[in-house]
Design a protein around this ligand. Sequence first.
Ligand code: FES
Ligand SMILES: [Fe+2]
Length: 432
Amino acid sequence: MPDGSINDRGIASLIEPGRVHRRVYTDPAVFELEMQRLFGRAWLFVGHATQVPKPGDFITTDLGRQPVLMTRHHDGSVRVVLNRCTHRGVKLVAERQGNRQRLICLYHGWTFDPDGTLLRVPVDEGCAPGFKLCDFNLAAAPRVGIYRGFVFASLSPSGVAFDDWIAPMKQNIDDIVDRAPGGQIALDAGVHRYIVRANWKMQAENAVDSYHVPFSHASTVNQKGVQFSRREGDEEGAKVVEGQRTAPQWKQRRSYSVGFGHCWTSNTELKENERSSAVYDEYKQTLAAAVGAERAEWILTPRMHNSLLYPNVSFMGLNMHIRVIRPIAVDMTEVNIYPVRLVGAPDAMNIRNTRLLNVTHAAASFVQSDDLEAFARAQAGLQSLQTDWVDISRGLGREEPIDPPGALRQMATDELVVRGQFRAWLDYMAAA
Ligand code: FES
Ligand SMILES: [Fe+2]
């Protein structure tokens, strides 16, 4: 089948156990179908409730390519509605964020409440007989689910229930949120936003790829093969390279694939009991005062590195942030990286965390810039017609079953998590 057309049989033929066809990254027809069948159905991260703290607050984003508004209604509830005027289709709100008690369309002034209720139509004597305001409310996302302030929506009225979908990844969200002495986080400390000329799946795969680190990020390790410290209070970071090879410590990391495309990698062993600084010690005491010393110790022991809630959001525990993936075209993706503010932690600790994130994940940083270059070069290399297949076979057949049933584990330098993402991809894509 040529590029530019695709049917259900064609979709299934793109995925094999240890390899995928280049068209999943390069073919606009596959991308169009992803927007309908994957992003049009899956639970997607929309935003965090702390981005809309007061009634009338809103953020705008896109789910797939459908423009949406996340608002705080007058009654205090969080709503997700389509950002499309029900008159003649104009995008109702252009700004990324703001506050409005009424949403007024710039074209003819139709006026909506933050929950999407149509309140007023100017020159209403012109309305057609039988015209009713309530027939023209903004469309709401058919399903919305919230866990610890993280707001997700599905644009499909049916599909896997939110509770089932989020269940295997709750511990990953807790892993970060529990670090806040107040038991909640806020995404109100800015954002690193950039556009990369690559398919969105490159970023989703890379978020949980432990194979590339010693090579892509070679410039971030010293002569002893140790990466710079990425946490407040650490003298040094993780051992990544030994001689010319991947360090044994690095190979101890594990990947987990738990269904729905969700996955994570365990953290590297870090010298936890040597972690100390004035700022970190004060934070640790604040956390211990809130939850007890033993629990604080447990919360602060690194277990998870990167987690991916497939398909559009990842969490990082080391340089704490939430990363949102927004596909724009088959070869263009917007990446948004939000620092995590730990509510109740000393300001100095939150500032240090944000500064460390600037060093690793800003567009001109030590770490993420390496990855962005890899994504763009992969997109360029995949234009080659010499071979059609992309290899994802590392560790194939060596997966270790774990609880719950269906979940798998293996060395993080293997490609279990990429295969897990493509299993979910095919589930969404193959169902008409
Ligand atoms: S298009 Fe919005 S009021 Fe006419
Ligand atoms: Fe990387």
